[in-house]
Write a protein that binds this ligand. Structure first.
Ligand SMILES: C[S@@+](CC[C@H](N)C(=O)[O-])C[C@H]1O[C@@H](n2cnc3c(N)ncnc32)[C@H](O)[C@@H]1O
Length: 270
């Protein structure tokens, strides 16, 4: 379901992505109207939008990373499973339209997939090599094939209409997006009023700790080897500042994956 999907780009996103500056009128103010009318000439294919935000990677690298995520994250998944098992039941009730941001190989489906026809899940990821793994995970978790679509896309320009989603899920993905604040704006844009954003993210260790020193030193290598993943982001703070109406945010340390510890996890309501 790639090209056939209607691609929605919010005026804010479009403005951010435009290469030429906005036109000003004689009063010197930027006009929102100008921004929205520019949507007509805005690069309209998903590929254009994706590549502007997430530089194209060679096929072999995308395949390598997708396979590594599929095979090497098992011990991580085992460690985080208790937290997922507590968080995901909040999502199941009344959620029909769910979007997973940076869905990867689909390790979360088993916590919320239902075989009923009502559940509609959109998995968004710039790495198209994730799709086969995500589809397999969706089927294994009992999600009906008609209920799952994989869309190649990015968090900074989510392929969904305003106020259309009951829930957005993002697990260890804001470490990898290009622009965390823009991705959070997009999460809020696509959520229905009262909709929930369920997140689990690894964040920087406290300042002055040995772990933080190690994260800072290894951050460039991590980005290179793990497709842009950052070790030192303050994602919990950024989620707190994103203007959700209600936020439940917890922090935990995972002992076996110390370099990508601590984690913040919780639920934010639009
Ligand atoms: C560490 S993986 C996590 C995947 C999955 N959420 C999980 O819990 O295993 C990070 C994912 O974010 C995706 N990603 C990278 N940049 C992104 C962006 N700008 N928007 C959305 N997803 C992105 C990667 O392709 C990858 O699938």
């Amino acid at each position: 379901m790639h090209a056939s999907v209607m691609y929605h780009v919010s005026p804010i996103t479009a403005t951010l992505l435009r290469s030429e500056p906005l036109k000003c009128c004689s009063c010197g103010r930027r006009h929102l109207l100008a921004a929205s009318s520019s949507l007509i000439s805005f690069p309209s294919t998903p590929t254009d939008v994706i590549e502007k935000i997430h530089a194209r990677r060679p096929d072999w690298y995308e395949e390598f990373f997708a396979r590594a995520m599929d095979q090497d994250m098992r011990s991580y998944e085992a460690q985080i499973s208790g937290y997922k098992a507590k968080l995901f039941p909040h999502l199941i009730e009344n959620s029909k339209h769910v979007l997973e941001l940076g869905v990867g190989t689909g390790p979360n489906f088993k916590y919320y997939a239902r075989a009923d026809k009502d559940l509609n899940v959109i998995g968004v990821d710039p790495n198209k090599k994730m799709e086969k793994y995500a589809r397999k995970a969706a089927a294994a978790a009992g999600l009906s094939p008609a209920g799952f679509s994989f869309i190649q896309g990015v968090g900074e320009a989510l392929p969904a209409a305003d106020n259309s989603m009951d829930a957005v899920i993002g697990t260890i993905v804001l470490c990898s997006v290009e622009d965390v604040y823009q991705s959070l704006r997009e999460v809020k844009r696509v959520l229905k009023p009262g909709g929930l954003y369920l997140f689990i993210e690894h964040v920087a260790a406290p300042d002055g700790t040995l772990l933080r020193l190690a994260q800072t030193a290894l951050d460039p290598l991590q980005q290179l080897l793990s497709d842009g993943c950052h070790l030192t982001r303050e994602t919990g703070k950024q989620i707190s500042e994103a203007g959700f109406s209600n936020l439940i945010l917890n922090m935990t340390f995972l002992s076996n994956v110390s370099l990508i510890s601590p984690h913040v996890y919780g639920i934010a309501f639009k």
